[in-house]
Write a protein that binds this ligand. Structure first.
Ligand code: C2E
Ligand code: CA
Ligand code: CA
Length: 683
């Protein structure tokens, strides 16, 4: 007994026992000053386990353990109602007491103080679960969490949203302001992420500038899209770091279990693909995963493979588009534009293959080839005619770039002043010193520099001031809308002309197709124009013929007025009515409704379901009906898909769809399906 007393009084351990209902019948007084009042109260209400306990298995509720009447071994607990910093942690053990006939009578046990070892262990495991820089969860923890959530949700059909997030231009900040600044930026990013996501999800940093958010029970694409847009908006606000301002952006890819994948690997790769598409779609966007993205990815990898061989097989070719001085309709130069004649697919447009070439670094060899080829071709032209060659930012950034330009000039004998390199603002997304050096070296060679696609980038003005451009190329998008009533684009064109003048730069206006556009840009001060109204890009033979015969005048030729291209939607949809499914064609789609072609005899007021594919079912009411075309209104408006399209907020899981399809129709169809013209040859 003396030993027991000592044990109890040491404060390092205590003894306890309960009755069969789990109420305390004894507890060592040393456990707490108020221990005397504990007797008679349920043990489970006086102590608690730690939700942050790194040991799995110990997170089963204490009441559950007690009610199972089994043995309790070293369960880490603390007294309830004590502040975190004062809490002592106890390893609680207990033996069930049984009567001779085996009836449970209660527990007897002891508990020992494990505070310091437990806290150390918890600290260590936190270090292994947390990203020390931002305090967010690390990749390891996110992987485990996602596995656990999906495993728990799968059998009960719960859903889970997953966002992958990547910062745009983070590297730029890191390179220009230094790593400590980059670290500080990441900490601020984490803070903003926490603010937006709050209690709804778990945020992790996977490494670098890549983040992940797990959003359990979230499948509403309206809310997911709103959250993503909010994240992007928050992260794009300026940061103050070491007294300086920094601006970055963010792109988000979103996938939802079980629709887009029901295990971690599938879901993560779906969200990754969506992120990739978001980044490619022009940064600062979010994108939902869709099956099309998977096809795109496969297509891309096939094309990358083919592109590796293309140059060696002579499948690449340069076409040349004239640049015309509109005062006298004379060609003053040509822009070289790359064409890929794929043996099976035919001509692949550069907007498709240039990004692929950039991603795989193939652009470096393609670009050098274009430079050499264009210089050789141009060297045979009259001296008054210049050549413009596009240079990708990837190509601009490789150390051998200036040497390659010099090589192309000397090999062809072309006078450097006749070569103009077209660069886009993306060349500035890099260490600014290296960029400045390259610019200086190019100027040293005597070539001319043009800033392409002006007006579409981030902050054109500051770049214009900092780099020695000879020319600004006004982006096609302004010309396309310059005849619109609101005059906004026309005003922008005027402003760019004024700016170029003030900076002593020349301009070229791209994409003029119609006479009304030509007149607007002429009125706004354009001198040089490149566009279909004069000529499209033409093959080398045509150019050489033209140049050799001295036919350097081109009369404008095109439509009087520019008509914006009307893109009619043409998409197959299913119409579900009673237990029938009809095939039809969707002509128009907005958030609130659609126009659907191909069903006869549908009265106004009919309720039906439009199957937009991929589990997207929209409950709809027919509000118009004329012959085979109906107009429907959706019961719940659709939501934006992040890429200019719309989608349903919720989706029906694939399993439910399969089950529904398994039960065939039992009634006669009410409506008649009719063929829609053109539906055979277009998908
Ligand atoms: P870009 O440098 O802005 O080239 C102008 C694009 O506008 C060309 O498209 C040209 O055919 C098109 N265009 C010219 N006038 C009109 C018009 O009146 N109406 C319309 N609708 N389009 C017009 P293209 O040849 O398809 O090239 C697309 C882009 O691919 C180029 O845009 C450029 O960024 C890239 N690219 C083409 N060749 C090369 C190359 O050799 N190297 C690199 N790095 N990029 C290239
Ligand atoms: Ca260009
Ligand atoms: Ca351009």
């Amino acid at each position: 007994m003396a030993m027991l007393d000592q044990f109890e009084q040491s404060g390092l351990a205590w003894l306890w026992s309960t009755d069969r209902e789990g109420r305390l019948t004894y507890i060592s007084p040393s456990v707490h000053t108020g221990a005397a009042d504990f007797v008679g109260r349920p043990l489970a209400s006086l102590i608690e386990t730690d939700p942050g306990n790194p040991d799995e298995g110990s997170d089963r509720p204490l009441s559950f353990q007690l009610s199972s009447h089994g043995r309790i071994t070293d369960l880490v607990v603390r007294l309830t109602g004590i502040a975190e910093q004062d809490a002592r942690w106890w390893a609680l053990s207990g033996q069930p007491r049984k009567q001779a006939d085996g009836t449970f009578e209660g527990y007897s046990g002891y508990a020992r103080d494990v505070t310091s070892e437990y806290l150390r262990k918890r600290e260590d495991s936190r270090a292994a679960e947390f990203d020390s820089l931002t305090g967010l969860f690390n990749r390891h923890r996110m992987t485990r969490r996602l596995d656990a959530v999906l495993a728990a949700f799968r059998p009960v059909g719960r859903c889970c949203g997953l966002m992958m997030l990547d910062l745009d231009r983070f590297k730029h900040v890191n390179d220009t302001m230094g790593h400590p600044a980059g670290d500080e930026l990441l900490r601020q990013v984490a803070e903003r992420l926490r603010k937006v996501v709050g209690e709804r999800g778990e945020i992790g940093r996977l490494g670098g500038d890549e983040f992940q958010v797990i959003l359990p029970d979230m499948d509403d694409r309206g809310r997911l899209g709103d959250t993503a847009a909010k994240l992007i908006q928050m992260l794009s606000q300026p940061y103050v770091i070491e007294g300086k301002r920094a601006v970055i952006g963010a792109s988000v890819g979103i996938a939802v279990a079980p629709h887009d994948g029901d295990d971690r690997e599938a879901l993560v790769s779906a969200a990754d693909l969506a992120l990739y598409a978001a980044k490619n779609g022009g940064r600062g966007q979010f994108r939902f995963f869709s099956a099309d993205l998977k096809d795109d990815a496969m297509e891309r990898s096939a094309l990358t493979h083919d592109l590796r061989e293309a140059l060696g097989r002579g499948e690449l070719e340069l076409h040349y588009q004239p640049v015309v001085r509109i005062a006298d309709n004379t060609v003053v130069g040509f822009e070289a534009l790359m064409r890929w004649n794929h043996p099976e697919r035919g001509t692949i447009p550069p907007v498709l293959f240039i990004p692929i070439a950039e991603e795989s670094n193939l652009i470096v060899s393609l670009g050098e080839w274009a430079l050499r080829e264009a210089c050789v071709v141009a060297a045979s032209w009259p001296e008054s005619v210049t050549i413009s060659v596009n240079v990708s930012a990837v190509q601009f950034a490789v150390p051998g770039f200036v040497t390659a330009v010099a090589g192309a000039l000397s090999a062809s004998g072309l006078e450097p002043g006749r070569l103009e390199l077209e660069l886009t603002e993306s060349v500035f997304m890099r260490d600014s010193e290296a960029v400045d050096e390259t610019f200086a070296a190019l100027k040293g060679l005597g070539v001319r520099l043009a800033l392409d696609d002006f007006g579409t980038g981030y902050s054109s003005l500051s770049y214009l001031r900092s780099a020695p451009f000879d020319r600004i190329k006004v982006d096609r998008s302004f010309v396309e809308t310059c005849t619109a009533k609101d005059q906004n684009s026309a005003k922008i064109i005027t402003a760019i002309m004024g700016l170029a003048d003030a900076l002593g730069m020349e301009t070229t206006v791209e994409g003029v197709e119609a006479f009304d556009q030509l007149e607007v840009v002429r009125g706004r001060g354009a001198k040089l124009v490149q566009g279909h109204i004069f000529a499209r890009a033409m093959p080398l033979d045509d150019v050489n013929q033209r140049v050799a015969s001295g036919a350097l005048k081109i009369e404008p030729n095109g439509p009087k007025r520019h008509r914006p291209e009307r893109r009619s939607v043409f998409r197959r949809v299913g119409i579900i009515h009673e237990d029938h499914r009809y095939e039809a064609v969707m002509r128009d789609l907005s958030r609130t409704g659609a126009r659907i072609d191909g069903l006869l005899g549908v009265p106004v007021g009919t309720s039906l379901v439009v199957d937009l594919g991929g589990g997207q079912l929209a409950i709809s009411h027919v509000v118009r009906s004329k012959e085979q075309v109906i107009g429907v209104e959706f019961e719940t408006p659709l939501t934006t898909d992040g890429s200019g399209g719309v989608c349903t907020r919720h989706r029906v899981p694939p399993t439910a769809l399969a089950a529904a399809a398994a039960t065939g129709p039992t009634t006669a169809p009410r409506f008649v399906e009719v063929a829609v013209p053109g539906s055979r040859d277009r998908v």
